[in-house]
Design a protein around this ligand. Structure first.
Ligand code: DNO
Length: 402
């Protein structure tokens, strides 16, 4: 398992110098400045590689850009309209440029309109740490009373509607603004920053797109890009929906094992793979993460290891981001399944036997509270996660050898 770290580029308050001290071996990043739908130019890829490789004083960092996260897929591609053909062509060109630069793992997602979303970015835990949280009642209050989406009432039962109305009544204008900001204005890594009106307009366009139709658009997109990736020796890996259930009346197609299996079969190539994010998928009680790793492992090209604590037994429910070894996913069993998959790959002689992972998100602890890096991506909270995961990997690996 290759230990990687997400870095948001030179503006990231957690610098390459900091990352070098975490013990991470590789970097996960993107050209966040290139607009969605445009080609990633070779010189900008090379510049980012040089930034990753160099400490502030000019000495080598020892770090390499291993994984792209994300190469964004445009709304036109997801809706299969407008400039979608040109955007697919640009995506393919970017794949060529990345392959030329020696970067071969490409993460992306196919979530309509919103990338990941939360209602609270700094929810206090009893020990003083803060974490991200998705509270279904706050989300419903946003949907029903701030966005005021038409048809939203049908998506919630009476009890949720009543409680959401009470919450909305109790909110000041500032509270409403900050809730809307958390939900739609884009968390780190999201390719777009939408206003409420943009969101309303996109939602209206999705009215006519069913889950089946969105899946068909995804398969059409993959049929165009997977052959290119395969030829170039690249591994594409789709990130799951986060949270993994329908939101704002939008279809979600990458939330369950069955949905992943359908997409893997529809375009059956090793280049069509999975980013197994235990935090996103783990927010649903019917996703068995160690089992998914056992059953879909051959196509897992990248891992996000984090843990959530579900606050209800509902498929669509509230949750918060727990410590990496706490929460509802059995992280030790999941890592054991990853190591078993790596052993299988080694026995088969696969060159890609070592699967890159990053400690995904982290609670804000200690000096994180002062630094205020990107939500979910503090230095010390993630380092704590990485250190704990590294300990589990070392212990389980030693047992395998013995
Ligand atoms: C959140 C991230 C996501 C992820 C994209 C991948 O922390 O895991 O924003 O980068 O969905 O395309």
């Amino acid at each position: 398992m290759k230990q990687a770290w997400r870095w948001f580029g030179p503006r990231d308050l957690v610098s390459i110098d900091d990352v070098a001290q975490t013990g991470a071996e590789g970097i996960v990043t993107a050209l966040h400045n290139v607009p969605t739908g445009a080609v990633w130019p070779p010189d900008e890829i090379a510049r980012r590689q040089a930034e990753v490789a160099t400490m502030r004083d000019g000495t080598p960092s020892g770090l390499v850009w291993d994984v792209v996260e994300s190469l964004p897929v445009s709304e036109d591609i997801k809706k299969k309209k407008g400039d979608w053909r040109a955007h697919v062509e640009a995506w393919r060109k970017s794949l060529h440029h990345l392959a030329d630069a020696g970067i071969d793992v490409i993460c992306y997602n196919f979530m309509p309109v919103l990338d990941w979303t939360r209602t609270d970015l700094a929810w206090r835990r009893p020990n003083g740490a803060t974490c991200m949280r998705f509270d279904l009642l706050d989300f419903a209050a946003f949907d029903l009373h701030i966005l005021a989406r038409s048809g939203a009432e049908q998506d919630y039962d009476d009890a949720i509607r009543d409680q959401a109305a009470r919450r909305a009544d109790a909110m000041s204008d500032d509270d409403k603004k900050s809730l809307a900001g958390n939900v739609v204005f884009g968390l780190p890594g999201a390719a777009e920053r939408f206003t409420l009106d943009d969101v309303r307009q996109h939602l209206a366009e999705y009215d006519a797109i069913s889950e089946e139709q969105l899946r068909a658009h995804f398969v059409d997109f993959l049929s165009e890009v997977v052959p290119t990736a395969e030829k170039l020796g690249l591994r594409l890996c789709c990130h799951p929906d986060d949270p993994p259930f329908p939101l704002l009346g939008l279809p979600r197609i990458m939330s369950t094992e069955e949905q992943y299996r359908a997409i893997m079969l529809a375009v059956d190539s090793p280049a069509n793979g999975i980013t197994l994010c235990s935090g996103s998928l783990g927010a649903r009680p019917d996703n068995d993460l160690p089992g998914m790793m056992q059953r879909l492992g051959q196509r897992v090209h990248f891992l996000h290891l984090r843990n959530v604590r579900r606050e209800s037994v509902a498929i669509r429910g509230s949750f918060f981001e727990d410590e990496h070894l706490s929460g509802n996913t059995d992280m030790v069993a999941l890592i054991d399944a990853v190591l078993a998959e790596e052993a299988r790959r080694r026995a088969e002689g696969r060159a890609d036997w070592s699967i890159p992972f990053r400690p995904d998100h982290g609670q804000d602890i200690l000096d994180d509270h002062g630094r205020k890096a990107q939500p979910g991506y503090p230095a010390i909270g993630r380092l704590k996660g990485l250190a704990e995961l590294r300990g589990v990997i070392a212990a389980l690996s030693a047992k395998r050898v013995a």
